[in-house]
Design a protein around this ligand. Structure first.
Ligand code: FAD
Length: 484
């Protein structure tokens, strides 16, 4: 039996392994469905792919990288950082590639998880950490005629690097965070780019810059300087919670800034109108880009705001009856976000099935534990999504909590540790009450909410509040069973 089984080798799974090892727990196996590590940054290799939180904050605090080449690094550089983590912390021997978890079942008498993969392997583990990613499975829109298209189809998260866009007529469906990064790059090479927009998002300029050599040397020589920059970036992003999470005078101010940016970059009144959002900033993900609006105004780019009626063999037909003929459709349509159900079958105490309990929306205790599923922890689980700060800040505090729980269980001789149902219920009542007052729940349609409007994804507070609650493990909140 393995001590800790980790599912997924993205930032979450690898970060958990690093911290477990540091706590002296090294009987670890990491299962990864694909042949390489990196999760998000292995999969999102579309042109222009980059983080939209500065790299000095979108990295682990325990593994600073003085060599970031830009303020906002590209996906390949972030992937390089992930590979560096694997090497520096000697994680390679722990990883089993090409193992897709399809089932996890808690064996009550043995107090262990039995995890099965699609390839037929079975693993027994005392503790399981699910780090399979909230944005790991690409989603295609439910559009009529999708299969009838005879041209090329590409999803932003599964880029086809063999396809040559030179001279091609390309349609981009979606105008979210990935679309605004890839459209400026496509416009440079394609003959024509037609962008299909459902809802315009709020856009803020991205203060990107190339890091000068002296900057890297300084960070290497004096790590506290880089740490000070990280702290400044952290508090700068924390202050954005006043604009993005809650509707405050700061929200109006940032909306005005965004509108001024639109006016500065787009002179055409009609185009500006088409690009003006009709919801409160923060309700959907805010787009950080200085190159999107200019790209839309290139002579070979056209924005279409009519709803798509159907995909036809030669292109896309919109509701007013015009068919836009294209050679390739790029779907920048996001991911199947884990808001309800589970990515694979998870069976807990007494045969309870998590997908059934989560059918109307996922819930957990502090995002990491679920009552009735002992010794199971999640990274970026329900209600841990940030709208204003680095996901890695949240992840780091979750990892700290999980390692603390497992280390306590080992020290105290607990064979199982399961959060009490009433503790989880009270936590979620409070979370949902607080969410009701946020911009996410203010009426727009976004991937944060289920179709019924339940918010199972976002944390309604500052990253600092989140981290503070994660620093505090209360054994009294759990039912524990000791080894006899
Ligand atoms: C394009 C893009 C840009 C982003 N930019 C930012 C940003 O700037 N700032 C920010 O804070 N966040 C950003 N995010 C969010 C990002 O997803 C997280 O920051 C972080 O990378 C998630 O890490 P993870 O380890 O939880 O999940 P992932 O990186 O998704 O890793 C999950 C891993 O689990 C594996 N896996 C999944 N299912 C199974 C299974 N059944 N069996 C075995 N293995 C499995 C996957 O193959 C993958 O390797 C971005 C996301 C995307 C898609």
């Amino acid at each position: 039996m393995i001590d800790v089984l980790i599912i997924g080798s993205g930032f979450g799974g690898l970060g958990a392994a690093i911290r477990l090892k540091a706590a002296g727990i090294d009987d670890i196996v990491i299962l990864e469905r694909f042949g390489k590590v990196g999760g998000t940054w292995r999969d999102n290799t579309y042109p222009g792919a980059a983080c939209d939180i500065p790299s000095n904050l979108y990295s682990y605090s325990f593994a600073p990288n003085p060599n970031w080449s830009r303020a906002y690094s590209g996906s390949q550089e972030i992937l390089g950082y992930v590979h560096h983590l694997v090497e520096r912390y000697a994680l390679a021997p722990l990883i089993r590639f090409n193992h897709t978890v399809v089932d996890a079942r808690f064996d009550e008498p043995a107090a262990q998880w039995v995890v099965t993969t699609a390839e037929g392997a079975v693993f027994h583990a005392r503790h399981v950490i699910m780090a399979s990613g909230g944005l790991a499975n690409p989603s295609f829109p439910a559009i009529n005629g999708l299969d009838s298209f005879t041209g090329h189809k590409i999803h932003s998260a599964r880029w086809d690097h063999d396809y040559d866009f030179t001279g091609k007529r390309v349609a981009v469906v979606g105008t979210g965070a990935s679309a605004v990064q890839l459209i400026p790059e496509l416009v440079k090479v394609a003959d024509k780019v037609t962008v299909f927009q459902r809802t315009p998002g709020w856009v803020l300029p991205r203060m990107d810059y190339r890091a000068p050599g002296w900057n890297k040397r300084l960070f290497k020589l004096l790590p506290p300087v880089q740490n000070a920059l990280r702290r400044a970036l952290y508090w700068g992003h924390e202050s954005m919670a006043f604009s993005f999470i809650w509707n405050t005078p700061m929200t109006r101010l940032v909306e005005r800034l965004s509108t001024a940016f639109l006016h500065q970059q787009v002179k055409d009144k009609w185009l500006r109108r088409q690009l003006t959002p009709d919801f409160t900033i923060g309700c959907k993900r805010v787009l950080m880009t200085s190159t999107y609006y200019p790209a839309l105004q290139q002579p070979n780019c056209k924005l279409i705001t009519w709803p798509i009626a159907t995909v036809a063999p030669q292109g896309i037909r919109t509701a007013e009856g015009i068919e836009h003929q294209v050679d390739c459709i790029v779907f920048a349509t996001g991911f199947e976000v884990s808001k309800a159900g589970t990515p694979f079958k998870i069976t807990g105490i007494g045969g309870r099935v998590l997908a059934e309990e989560w059918a109307r929306g996922a819930q957990a205790y502090k995002s990491v534990n679920i009552s009735g599923y002992p010794n199971l922890s999640m990274i970026l689980g329900p209600n841990s999504g940030p709208g204003h700060n680095s996901a890695l800040v949240y992840m780091e505090s979750q990892i700290g909590y999980i390692v603390n729980t497992i280390a306590t269980a080992r020290r105290e001789g607990w064979r199982s540790v399961d959060v009490k149902p009433e503790v989880q219920a009270a936590y979620n009542v409070s979370i949902q009450r607080r969410l009701a007052k946020t911009n996410w729940n203010s009426g727009c349609k976004s991937w944060y909410l289920t179709d019924a409007g339940f918010n199972a994804t976002m944390y309604p507070g500052f990253a600092t509040q989140y981290a503070r609650q994660m620093a505090d493990f209360k054994a009294a909140h759990y039912r524990v069973e000791s080894l006899s």
